[in-house]
Design a protein around this ligand. Sequence first.
Ligand SMILES: Nc1ncnc2c1ncn2[C@@H]1O[C@H](COP(=O)(O)OP(=O)(O)OP(=O)(O)O)[C@@H](O)[C@H]1O
Ligand SMILES: O=c1ccn([C@@H]2O[C@H](COP(=O)(O)O)[C@@H](O)[C@H]2O)c(=O)[nH]1
Ligand SMILES: [Mg+2]
Length: 240
Amino acid sequence: MWRRRPTATSFSSLKSSLFFTRLHFQQASQHSAISRLPSVPPLQQKDGRCPFITFVLGGPGSGKGTQCTKIVETFGFKHLSAGDLLRREMVSNSAYGSMILNTIKEGRIVPSEVTVKLILREMESSDNHKFLIDGFPRCEENRIAFEKVAGAEPDIVLFFDCPEDEMVKRVLSRNQGRIDDNIDTIKKRLKVFEALNLPVIDYYEKKGKVHRIKAVGTVDEIFEQVRPVFKACEKTLNRS
Ligand SMILES: Nc1ncnc2c1ncn2[C@@H]1O[C@H](COP(=O)(O)OP(=O)(O)OP(=O)(O)O)[C@@H](O)[C@H]1O
Ligand SMILES: O=c1ccn([C@@H]2O[C@H](COP(=O)(O)O)[C@@H](O)[C@H]2O)c(=O)[nH]1
Ligand SMILES: [Mg+2]
């Protein structure tokens, strides 16, 4: 469970005032209101620990979810797939349901207001302090919103770098009944990835946070590139 460091603004009032007033349904390209948000104190756990945050990025079908499962098994992280959280919200009678459905069908990006709220809710209700945030941030607006509202940057970023033809092949044979696993939506998702997600990866690359994984080969071969990334930060992972 989580709490914020003592501050004049409580987290719940922050959520309602910052998110639901200032950011109400802003489109992904609108940066101005977000950049004016005040920074907040970083999230901190009851036991005083700060979370270890890994953003897991890569194109559709690059293997993010598959590798996250292995990281959870080996290093004990909590896996938060932004796409899964949105799909769960979509079928939960939420007011956002039809907006999420249409956005996913079109391969576009759900407003940060919704996604950041879902992610932070999961982080706050978890006893774990090591998080894999999979498939988020999708664009610069997502990134800025998360950093402002969480008061935290990722410790590291994993980028699963996979050729497009391999990603298309994997998604088309995934067979999980996802409404976006069809060739038309995949083409749109690939364009959105290139136009909006690659700049986020570039941003963190410049900060020295990106670990680029060549996402070809078997699942186990790819994991052997991932393992040393977490081995190298074991001390930080167990920080108090
Ligand atoms: N190295 C691999 N070789 C072959 N198939 C793989 C490999 N890694 C994952 N897959 C398969 O490819 C499909 C896509 O993988 P996964 O769901 O992990 O990708 P993802 O990056 O999470 O995709 P999305 O962004 O669409 O959620 C799955 O069916 C998975 O079993
Ligand atoms: O932060 C996010 C994550 C996802 N979406 C939307 O969901 C689909 C599927 O996401 P996956 O990560 O591939 O499961 C994605 O194409 C977006 O439409 C989002 O808007 N924001
Ligand atoms: Mg996935």
